[in-house]
Design a protein around this ligand. Structure first.
Ligand SMILES: Cc1ncc(C[n+]2csc(CCOP(=O)(O)OP(=O)(O)O)c2C)c(N)n1
Ligand SMILES: [Mg+2]
Length: 327
């Protein structure tokens, strides 16, 4: 069962507009990153989130600045939705001193504790244990902060997933696990690694609530996350939310993607979450065509500025190489 969104009108107009803006911002940021990476202007690896924007947006629209998220290698969307600034992110991708991690982290290691981003992470499934620790910390300090652990379908096959969810269930930790089931782990389709139709069913083994939603429907994601987050906030423990979606791009930029059937790609491209949401909002009178154009224009200008900031920022000095290194 894959739940659809119920009621746009139950959400404030300002929030809906913000959600739309966030989705457009994530897409524009990543399209630019894709171009700059192809032109060899960005070092390292980048893994893009294009097509999955509704998930980070729908989940994070329920969060406060002091709530936490843990992320993975495909983290740009999570960062932006949690309040990360595109200029400091772009600078980080460029390895510049003004980036979130002073240029030493790059795409896969962006972190900023001030806005609750406990880190993107190149180790698949590593966010599980960090989220558990952050949840335990919130519980011990007696706050009502919530932790979102974003993970992929592939990560849900790792031991850390099972250990992490089990312990969070037993200790009633305020963690919401958001599985972004984009069908693939690198080149392997989910049907080769999981017998279940819905990965969320695994939650039954740990005695916690679970739900599977259409991950391309931002309202469905928002509603499911809202319920799970409210439960965690009032001390009723973790939930597993599975969002079904599709990875439009390769596993990494430059991946030739020979393993993806053409029809499958075409089918999912028709389910682009951004025009679907735009259509819904225009129909309900939340957005006008002028608003849509204005938002696009504003975001394009923002990404241009972010690029300029990244390009013009200095590289870290060689003598700073060992600063902020803990071991
Ligand atoms: C512990 C570990 N094992 C393997 C890898 C190599 N690896 C990087 S991403 C990835 C696939 C992850 O798939 P999924 O969790 O579905 O996330 P997606 O890339 O689809 O967003 C793998 C196997 C890794 N980085 N860390
Ligand atoms: Mg995946």
């Amino acid at each position: 069962m894959c739940a659809k969104g119920r009621d746009t009108m139950a959400i404030e107009k300002e929030k809906l507009m913000d959600m739309y803006r966030t989705m457009v911002r994530i897409r524009a940021f990543e399209e630019r990153v894709s171009r700059e990476f192809a032109a060899a202007n960005i070092p390292g690896f980048v893994h893009l989130y294009i097509g999955e924007e509704a998930i980070a947006t729908g989940v994070c629209a329920n969060l406060r600045t002091d709530d936490y998220i843990t992320s993975n290698h495909r983290g740009h969307g999570h960062m932006i939705a949690k309040g990360g600034k595109t200029d400091r992110m772009m600078a980080e991708l460029y390895g510049k001193k003004t980036g979130y991690c002073k240029g030493k982290g790059g795409s896969m290691h962006i972190a900023n504790a001030d806005i609750g981003i406990l880190g993107a992470n190149g180790i698949v499934g590593a966010g599980m244990t960090i989220a558990g620790g952050a949840g335990l910390s919130a519980q011990m300090r007696g706050t009502d902060q919530v932790v979102i652990c974003f993970l992929g379908d592939g990560a849900s096959n790792r031991g850390t997933f099972h250990e992490g969810v089990n312990l969070a269930a037993c200790w009633n930790l305020p963690v919401v696990y958001v599985i972004e089931n984009n069908q693939y782990a690198e080149k392997t389709h989910i049907s080769s690694t999981c017998k279940l139709n819905d990965i969320a069913d695994r939650a039954s083994a740990y005695g916690i609530p679970h739900v599977t939603v259409d991950g391309n429907d931002v309202i469905a994601v928002y509603e499911a996350a809202s319920e799970a987050i409210a439960r965690a906030r009032k001390g009723d423990g973790p939930t597993l939310v599975e969002c079904k979606t599709y990875r439009w791009r390769g596993h990494y930029e430059g991946d030739p993607q020979t393993y993806k059937p053409k029809e499958e790609v075409e089918e999912w491209m028709k389910k682009d979450p951004i025009p679907a949401f735009r259509k819904q909002l225009v129909k309900k009178g939340v957005l006008t065509e002028e608003d849509v154009n204005r938002i696009n224009q504003e975001i394009n200008e923002e990404i241009e500025k972010a690029m300029k900031f990244a390009e013009e920022s200095p590289l870290p000095a060689p003598e700073e190489a060992l600063a902020d290194v803990f071991a």
